[in-house]
Design a protein around this ligand. Structure first.
Ligand code: IPM
Ligand code: MG
Length: 364
């Protein structure tokens, strides 16, 4: 296969970790006889510096025509001024919207040999392996109006709008049920909402209940978001597929990330309705850890989250399941054999490039 991949390295540790994921993809290309071509574009703070926009038109054009997009991270203290007219994060929100990436998949798997690095007890973590399906282009992030109003008493009122259309709810729930019914999962959907308070959640719950009758092999549970937050740290292994709206998903996925021992380990995929030249979903793949400005430029960031994101890219945008599993297996073996970056050990940690070498050893 030949496939064209846009690389948006972005800010902070972004360039350091995407470089390593590209090396892994190149190795996969050689081993399995695929030709992957890579093209760099700007997003985030570096794009603001170069063009004034967090998502330049050239990036949107290139990404829309690509088979997949690999992203590092956006943001950093340089662009943190709350009064700034344009922020690096705007680039991320805009590309999600431009590429219609309505579903964000965040798998969380606890490797037993890394349980020590998690703040939770190993016996609570045992068997934890779930995926959060977060709605990504609706809800409070995008609902209109979103504005500040000056009241007659001179004070300020700020408004965000929580809005969901039935078709938005339907397509994300559908994806969650499909995933849960697949052979990689255990057939349980936890639909997370706040139906005791929010109208959008009541619409969500109605659709989830109706959809479950079409998936007799999948068990549906409704879980209130506050309860879900609690269960994630009390008994995370009970979850298989969690599906939820944008803001709840943002919060729960950071909480869930802590379980694995380091944010540096976790990948994500954002996919939507647009098909690429292979007939699969055009997707954007990125580690969940962010730009980590405190360690940027030192060559010590953990590349695993980005490398596992590259595996998700192969699976979801190119249909290359064997190749994706090969990467995941190589990461697992490297971790089992003790490969650790600085987020996971204080004794002789590997550099970003050395960690990748430790993984590549099991691929070539
Ligand atoms: C994430 C991030 C983004 C979000 C920010 C950077 C806009 O926190 O991908 O979870 O809130 O979606
Ligand atoms: Mg977040």
């Amino acid at each position: 296969m030949t496939a064209h991949i846009i690389v948006l390295a972005g800010d902070g540790v972004g360039p350091e970790v995407t470089r390593e994921a590209v090396r892994v993809l190149q190795t996969i290309g050689t081993k399995f006889q695929h030709t992957f071509t890579f093209e760099d574009h700007l997003i985030g703070g570096c794009a603001i510096d170069a063009t004034g926009s967090a998502l330049p038109e050239a990036t949107i054009q290139a990404a829309s025509k690509a088979d997949a997009v690999l992203l590092g991270a956006v943001g950093g203290p340089k662009w943190d001024d709350p009064k700034a007219k344009v922020r690096p994060e705007d680039g991320l929100l805009a590309i999600r919207k431009a590429l219609k990436l309505y579903a964000n998949l965040r798998p969380v798997k606890v490797y037993p040999e890394l349980a020590y690095a998690s703040p939770l007890k190993p016996e609570i973590l045992a068997g934890t392996d779930f995926i959060v399906v977060r709605e990504l282009t609706g809800g409070l992030y995008f609902g209109q109006p979103k504005e500040r109003r000056t009241r007659t008493d001179g004070g300020i009122t700020a408004v965000d709008t929580l809005e969901y259309h039935d078709y938005e709810v339907e397509r994300i729930l559908n994806l969650a049920f499909e995933l849960a019914g697949g052979k990689a999962r255990r057939g349980i959907v936890a639909s997370v909402d706040k139906a005791n308070v929010l109208e959008t959640s009541r619409l969500w719950r109605e659709h989830a209940t109706a959809m479950s009758s079409k998936y007799p092999a999948v068990t549906l549970q409704h879980v209130l978001v506050d309860t879900a937050a609690m269960r994630l740290v009390m008994s995370p292994s009970q979850f298989d597929v969690l599906v939820t709206e944008n803001t709840f998903g943002d919060i729960l996925t950071d909480e869930a990330a802590v379980l694995a021992g380091s944010m540096g380990l976790l990948p994500s995929a954002s996919i939507g309705e647009v098909q690429n030249s292979k007939g699969f979903a055009l997707g954007l793949y990125e580690p969940i850890h962010g730009s980590a400005p405190d360690i940027a430029g030192k060559g010590i960031a953990n590349p695993v989250g980005t490398i596992l994101s590259a595996a998700m890219l192969l699976r979801h945008s190119l249909g290359l399941e064997v190749e994706a599993s090969a990467i995941e297996k190589a990461v697992e073996t490297a971790l089992q054999q003790g490969a650790r970056t600085t987020d996971l050990t204080k004794t002789n940690p590997l550099s970003t490039a050395q960690m990748t070498d430790a993984i590549l050893k099991h691929l070539s």
